[in-house]
Write a protein that binds this ligand. Sequence first.
Ligand code: NAD
Length: 260
Amino acid sequence: PLTGKVALVTGSTSGIGLASAHKLAQQGCNVIIHGLVDQAQGKELQGLFERTYEIKSAFSDANLAEVKEIDQLFSVIQAKFGRLDIVVNNAGVQYTETTEKFPLERWQMIININLTAAFYITQKALPLMHENNWGRIINIASVHGLVGSVNKSAYVAAKHGLVGFTKVVAMEQANRGVTVNAICPGWVETPLINDQIDAIAKHQSLSFDDAKKQLVTAKQPLENMTSPDQIGDLVSFLCSDSASTMTGSALTIDGGWTAQ
Ligand code: NAD
């Protein structure tokens, strides 16, 4: 059903972004793979998508902390595809530290990658979506776009910002064929959370698996983590006609984290 459409999934060389890219490509969507891996790895992934799904793909390693690199990414999209229908603002980074000790440079980096890049990419994508009167913008926020956790000041601020931004763009784009939604996952099994599991394992002399269980159950009533594929399915649903009146939502998929 997405045949002929073009999707940019930021941070799609790993985790949630990669799974979302697979789900979109499975439906015939052309997908731009993006993330911080070397060119050889990126091109290999691009080839895999092209062969597996018989779609057109491209690879970009634009550093989203640099506005100029986002400009270059859009030049590539224009040249190779000449259209853009779906944006999944997914790339994100984490750093944990108390607010007293949180380094300013880390704060700025997290705000730039997790929030400002989503704004700037949205700004550049909207005119392309308007050309076809259809678009889907999906911002991968977090439960941390809705509630706080200690030692995550920058991440929580950025994700709350992303949920707020989602609402405003949704209102502005209503009746223009473009829907804008945020997905707010709880714990998802990806490399992003490994540092946090390692820290618990080290401090409490636990195995990686026991530390993982502790991390999850400290926040979620449901002790399974969500899989990247499950988030990808939600992304896919938001791109379907069934979701054409869903806009401005912050959808939790969090094992009950925010039900408490
Ligand atoms: P991940 O670490 O597996 O993947 C992150 C991706 O972002 C990679 O492709 C990486 O190359 C890219 N990236 C990082 N910094 C970048 C930069 N400066 N420029 C360009 N690309 C950059 O992480 P993930 O867990 O799949 O996270 C994806 C999104 O989901 C993030 O926004 C994260 O905050 C959010 N999220 C994750 C969880 C979780 O538990 N894993 C929960 C809620 C929300």
